[in-house]
Design a protein. Structure first.
Length: 114
């Protein structure tokens, strides 16, 4: 199965599994657009970190929030490897308590408002 590559505008790419994309498509577009923007920034950070580190494969789990009148809390599982583009493969909607747990673990996507 060929995974679609996404272009972040800064000449960095990332990939999403088809089920990940389907989950985003099921959300209202205001939420999915906010999530995509956060993943763009995250992919750029991963790219910068990979340039400075030794080659490795790393699975990760990180949480984020789309800050609207009704916020949407979510988590994303990913594979980050120096030899390939970051792969986002699992998306979950979570509650605010779970998001607070991710904050305590320092596993959240940094927002411009932070």
């Amino acid at each position: 199965m060929e995974l679609p590559e996404r272009f972040t505008g800064d000449e960095h790419y990332y990939e999403m599994e088809e089920t990940f994309l389907e989950e985003l498509e099921n959300l209202p577009s205001i939420y999915s657009a906010g999530i995509i923007m956060q993943l763009d920034r995250l992919a750029e950070e991963m790219y910068e970190q990979n340039k400075l580190s030794k080659p490795s494969k790393r699975f990760g789990l990180i949480a984020g929030v789309v800050q609207l009148k009704s916020p949407l809390f979510f988590s994303v599982e990913y594979l980050n490897s120096k030899s390939m583009h970051p792969l986002f493969f699992k998306f979950n909607v979570i509650d605010s308590d779970a998001y607070l747990d991710y904050i305590n673990l320092n596993k959240t996507i940094k927002n411009e408002q932070d």
